[in-house]
Design a binder for this molecule. Structure first.
Ligand SMILES: Nc1nc2c(ncn2[C@@H]2O[C@H](COP(=O)(O)OP(=O)(O)O)[C@@H](O)[C@H]2O)c(=O)[nH]1
Ligand SMILES: [Mg+2]
Length: 222
């Protein structure tokens, strides 16, 4: 890589970090807890958000930013639950960035909200390094994806504050060694929390909602 290109990349990174810090300040002012959800396509992010909204709508005000390459489908699913949602269309880009979050806040009435969920574009690589001003990164891994994914994609599982293993109702039907996976994630990220949930049966959803409530309480206290 040429020196000029390295300089341009560094400047772009610095600008993006500055934007993320501004967003963090804005979220602190509005008292909004922000989660950045990262996973492969189809691991159950939107479904978990629908389940969460169904459980927590009485307890806190939620808002959602959806990131996808195309279609408003996920934002429509969230709006159908009565929660404001903004759909970012990336036209091929594999992650969301802080500028898109700024634009989402300017164009859609998402704040004030107690909790803002950002559902990133589906993949385990690109979204990992982009700071969106969130409080916590959340990695999702469905049991149908195979139990080798944490060691194949270590960056996201070592950075995520919480890993949610989804679709636990399918465990009897797929080769997925839960102990091995939790062992790998714990060794990559000793302080991270691991939850096992199913939006279909409701397994683990109480713990997930309790975790959101306790993180919200902690943010309010701080
Ligand atoms: N069996 C089962 N299927 C699920 C569960 N959660 C989501 N799904 C299904 O997985 C597919 C992808 O879910 P979606 O939430 O759209 O994934 P996303 O791409 O990560 O947002 C859909 O067909 C869901 O119905 C679950 O807990 N158990
Ligand atoms: Mg989705």
């Amino acid at each position: 890589m040429t020196k000029k290109l390295v300089t341009i990349r560094r400047k772009a990174l610095a600008a993006s970090e500055e934007r993320a810090d501004k967003l963090r300040g804005r979220f602190a002012d509005s008292g909004t807890l922000v989660f950045n959800l990262i996973s492969s396509p189809g691991s159950g992010k939107t479904t978990l958000l629908e389940t969460t909204i169904g459980r927590m709508a009485e307890v806190c005000k939620m808002a959602v930013i959806e990131g996808d390459v195309a279609t408003e489908r996920d934002a429509d699913r969230i709006r159908a639950m009565g929660v404001p949602a903004h759909q970012v269309l990336t036209s091929g880009a594999c992650h969301l960035d802080a500028r898109q979050i700024e634009t989402a806040l300017e164009t859609t009435d998402l704040l004030p909200a107690d909790v803002l969920f950002i559902e990133n574009v589906g993949n385990l690589i690109c979204p990992t390094t982009y700071d969106l001003g969130e409080d916590f990164k959340i990695a999702l891994l469905s049991v149908t994806e195979g139990d080798d994914k944490p060691i194949k994609y270590p960056a996201i599982f070592s950075r995520a504050d919480i890993t949610v293993i989804t679709k636990s109702d399918l465990l009897p039907y797929v080769p997925f060694d839960l102990d091995t996976v939790t062992g790998h994630i714990s060794s990559l990220n000793p302080s991270g929390v691991i939850l096992v949930v199913s939006s279909t049966t409701g397994e683990g959803i109480d713990l997930w909602c309790d975790l959101i409530a306790s993180r919200l309480e902690a943010k309010r206290r701080s």
